[in-house]
Design a protein around this ligand. Structure first.
Ligand code: SF4
Length: 442
């Protein structure tokens, strides 16, 4: 459990010199206790005090890295239970599972080719997990070799037999895979293997209590690059365990649970499996391992991850400017919308579907949607007229006509007056744009 502000204060110099940026040592101690300051900020603290305060200044959940170079996946170092309190920092690693009893190379190739583009961002799965189902050391080693030859992404090696793990780990140790897993039966040998190669290690108990005890035994062997698995595989139990890991680590600073977590899906139907993975990704798995490997299966999961790990205080925005859709000319229509990326890309998709080359004027609304921006006076006759001038729209089209979102039809008169442009009210929903375009501009 973490120290209170007063307990921390006892170890500080009590000179109130302000060098740490806090007005007093007590204020600094309080900030340290709540995780809002780092002990490094006080240059006068003694080595003895540093040692005593280590647990208070360490993040509630340790960061553990899997992989190397560009493909490294950072796990943990989360500080919140609820995203809206601040934000979540390190997106859940999504790992595709490959068994050494299936066509390893073929699935690894499909995995490596997975790429997605959504709301102006590119993203992909980031980890591949190779599992020993054969029980055959040579087969497992060959499978790990085959996967490593097909993808550079971070790897997880799954096998609870240290003698089988050893050979496979030798092949890819320089890529720092996650070794899975140390159990109460094998932990000494598994720690020796993982520690010897400098690889992170999954600690797997049969329940929360055994996991905590096992972590303490592994830490006593002087190894702390750990990832937690409570051993549960039933959805509600996994969710409950993941929640306890996060709560006890963040709220109580319970050190045995101060590590990232891993969860495995158990459903066989790909749709159910993706839903199960989505539950774990939402609360609070740092790695989720699933068998599904098709683009259409993974897209919803990765889209959800992308939403969950954005900063809730910063809307996702595109650059506010004039965009071309197709190859527009001087007569092409001009649609007006906001620079909220979700709105923009939906409008762009519908305009593209009309197959009529067009322009979209994205107005700077601070990344909020049409109605929100209108309510806040950020999407008004004045801001739209200003955007027309900023992007020199008059030089790019001969006509003086704009299409305004139907939701803000009320702006038509004021915008015509402010800009001197003729305003046509478009559909209220973007889904109506294609028909609107064909009816008006085909
Ligand atoms: Fe106290 Fe250290 Fe801050 Fe000075 S720098 S006020 S000694 S905590």
């Amino acid at each position: 459990m973490g120290l209170t502000g007063l307990e921390i204060y006892k170890h500080l110099p009590k000179t109130n010199c302000k060098d740490c940026g806090s007005p007093t040592c007590l204020a600094f101690a309080m900030a340290l206790a709540s995780g809002k300051a780092s002990l490094d900020a006080c240059p006068h603290v003694t080595d003895e005090a540093k040692e005593a305060l280590d647990s208070a200044s360490a993040p509630p959940i340790k960061m553990v890295k899997v992989g190397t170079g560009d493909q490294v996946v950072e796990l943990g170092e989360e500080t919140e239970i609820f995203r809206h309190d601040k934000r979540f920092f390190h997106p859940t690693g999504v790992a595709v599972l490959i068994s050494d009893t299936e066509d390893v190379a073929a699935k690894a190739e499909i995995f490596d080719a997975l790429e997605f583009h959504r709301v102006g961002m590119d993203y992909t799965t980031d980890m591949v997990a190779v599992k020993c189902d054969s029980g055959d050391a040579a087969k497992f080693k060959a499978a790990v070799e085959a996967v490593a030859g097909k993808t550079q992404k971070a790897m997880i090696l799954i096998c609870e037999d240290p003698s089988v793990m050893e050979g496979a780990l030798d092949v890819v140790a320089d890529r720092k895979p996650l070794v899975c897993a140390a159990t109460s039966d094998n932990y000494e040998k598994m720690v020796e293997l993982a520690k010897g190669k400098g690889c992170p290690l999954v600690v797997k108990g049969k329940d929360l209590n055994e996991t905590a005890e096992l972590v303490e035994k592994v830490v006593a062997l002087d190894y702390k690059e750990l990832v937690l698995d409570s051993g549960a595989r039933e959805t509600s139990k996994v969710l409950a365990d993941l929640t306890q890991f996060r709560r006890l680590a963040v709220r109580k600073k319970f050190r045995p649970f101060g590590y990232p977590t891993i969860a495995f899906t158990a459903k066989e139907d790909p749709r159910e499996e993706v839903i199960q993975a989505g539950v774990y990704l939402s609360k609070y798995a740092d790695v989720v391992v699933l068998k599904a490997c098709e683009k259409q299966q993974l897209l919803p999961l990765l889209s959800w991850r992308q939403n969950l790990y954005t900063d809730p205080q910063k809307p996702i925005a595109v650059e506010a400017k004039l965009y071309d859709v197709g190859e527009p000319n001087e007569e092409s229509p001009v649609y007006v919308t906001t620079n909220f990326s979700l709105t923009y890309f939906i409008v762009e998709g519908e305009v593209e579907s009309s197959r009529i080359p067009s322009r979209i004027l994205s107005v700077d609304t601070g990344g909020v949607s049409v109605l929100t921006a209108y309510a806040d006076n950020k999407f008004s006759a004045e801001t739209i007229a200003e955007a027309i001038k900023l992007c020199n729209l008059e030089e790019k089209v001969k006509h003086r006509k704009l299409v305004l979102p139907g939701h803000v039809a009320v702006l038509k008169g004021a915008l015509e007056e402010e800009s001197g442009w003729e305003v046509t009210v478009g559909p209220r929903e973007a889904s109506g744009i294609t028909k609107f375009a064909k009816d008006n501009f085909a």
